[in-house]
Design a protein around this ligand. Structure first.
Ligand SMILES: Cc1ncc(COP(=O)(O)O)c(C=O)c1O
Ligand SMILES: Nc1c(O)cccc1C(=O)C[C@H](N)C(=O)O
Length: 419
């Protein structure tokens, strides 16, 4: 059953439906791109205003101490830690994922100075690939990039030559998931350490970094966490590595006593050594406000809903898009699918532009992939129904370019196609 009435019934039964009120979305928009940039939480403008006027304007320099700015990277890091299965004191926010990846990969490689291979996901996000290559070049390592599914075999093949394994729990293109616990255990059996890129998993999938024995991890906070454009990234380092971790970006705030301003660097003996320079307080306050939404919902409920949304999308795909040139790229198996569905179509770019003109926002990854991300906190089953219906209308109309009465002219909310 993929009718709009079914979608509405699913929405009425959705325990997370009230969370949509905690976000402000433009009217008439179906937003399926929260896996790239999350929507704006309703509390963000007031939080920013508070930081700017009540703290910066009124307290000036005293904000660093009186408003807790100096501690904010660790405090907000711990709030993210709660969502990724990290006990307090192991997660710090700051800078971009790219910078944190550089940090994490270099730190990880320095934990295994006798190993010469850096193994990484060959289908990973470009920044992961580029930084792995740079770190390998900088440290004189050999970089081996293979698809995630082949990492276990590569570990078997290269065995005790591997020092670091970089992977991602969710493929940013296909949405396929990978088993963090399993690959981490295999990595440890080979005597190596893991670095995980959590960008497409945090806030959408249950993660258990401590329980899974993960060594280091990084992620961004502007996707499912909705921290805002360019929101600070985060770095997780398991406590057992803190004392030995030789992090490359030895900024003054990672010093054991930053305000002693000594000539030589002496790292803090906790996660604080992973701080670098002055935290981005304005961005951090937006992220802090965004995380309030997660205080009232569980990641298990979020995962249950995005699994349901993905399943419903695929049912609508089968019912509405068959024979229109689409292929389903994302696994059908719930357990192997993250919080997105990716389709391929030869006319992907044009279709996505047309979708946007009708209020449905997803994105394209070249050359043929159409990506649709589902943030359980503000995407509804009705959104999914309407998006797939409009997509089907468009693909059909594109096949009949001279048909001016094509249903593709219908806008969101006006689609009532029952399958
Ligand atoms: C898996 C992954 N890693 C890293 C990044 C980039 O991180 P940043 O732009 O924060 O450096 C992205 C998205 O931009 C991503 O999808
Ligand atoms: N970070 C982005 C940006 O600054 C502009 C446009 C897109 C992005 C993204 O996050 C892309 C995203 N990581 C992806 O999965 O493709």
């Amino acid at each position: 059953m993929t009718s709009r009435a079914t979608a509405e019934r699913l929405d009425r039964a959705d325990p997370l439906a009230p969370a949509r009120e905690r976000f402000e979305l433009p009217a008439g928009v179906v937003y399926l791109d929260g896996n790239s940039l999350g929507a704006m939480p309703a509390g963000t403008p007031a939080a920013l205003d508070r930081t700017v006027r009540r703290q910066w304007r009124d307290h000036l320099i005293k904000g660093w101490t009186d408003d807790g700015w100096l501690d904010a990277p660790m405090r907000v890091g711990d709030r993210i830690g709660r969502l990724i299965g990290a006990a307090p004191g192991q997660t710090v926010t700051g800078d971009s994922t790219s910078v944190q990846l550089f940090n994490a990969l270099t730190t990880a490689a320095r934990l295994r100075p006798d190993r010469r291979i850096l193994l990484s996901d060959g289908d990973g996000f470009p920044t992961d690939r580029y930084l792995a290559a740079s770190v390998a070049r900088m440290l004189g390592l050999e970089l081996r990039q293979v698809p995630m599914a082949e990492l276990p075999a590569a570990l078997d093949a290269y065995g005790d030559e591997v020092g670091v394994v970089l992977g991602s729990p969710v493929d940013f293109r296909t949405g396929e998931t990978h088993d963090v616990a399993d690959l981490t255990a295999r990595t440890h059996r080979a005597g190596a350490v893991t670095v995980w890129d959590l960008c497409h998993a945090a806030g959408a999938l249950p993660l258990a970094l401590d329980a899974d024995g993960v060594d280091l991890a990084v992620g961004c906070s502007y996707k499912y966490l909705s921290g805002g454009p360019g929101a600070p990234a985060y770095l997780y380092v398991a406590r057992r590595h803190h004392a030995a971790a030789d992090q490359p970006l030895t900024g003054w705030l990672g010093h054991a006593a930053p305000f002693a301003m000594t000539p030589d660097y002496r790292p803090a003996d906790s996660m604080a050594r992973f701080r670098i320079g002055a935290p981005h307080i304005l961005s951090l306050s937006a992220l802090d406000a965004a995380l309030d939404v997660f205080d009232d919902v569980s990641v298990a409920d979020i995962r249950a809903k995005n699994t349901g949304l993905g399943r419903f999308f695929i049912e609508c795909f089968d019912a509405r898009l068959a024979g229109l040139g689409f292929e389903l790229v994302t696994p059908r198996d719930d357990a192997r699918r993250g919080s997105q569905v990716t389709l391929s179509h030869p006319d992907a770019a044009r279709l996505m532009d047309q979708l946007a003109a009708r209020g449905v926002i997803g994105d394209v990854r070249p050359p043929t992939l159409l990506r649709f991300g589902f943030n359980s906190l503000y995407v509804s089953y009705t959104d999914i129904h309407d998006a797939v219906t409009v997509l089907g209308d468009l693909a059909e109309a594109n096949r009949r370019p001279h048909d001016r009465t094509a249903p593709a002219q219908r806008l969101i909310g006006e689609t009532h196609v029952a399958q």
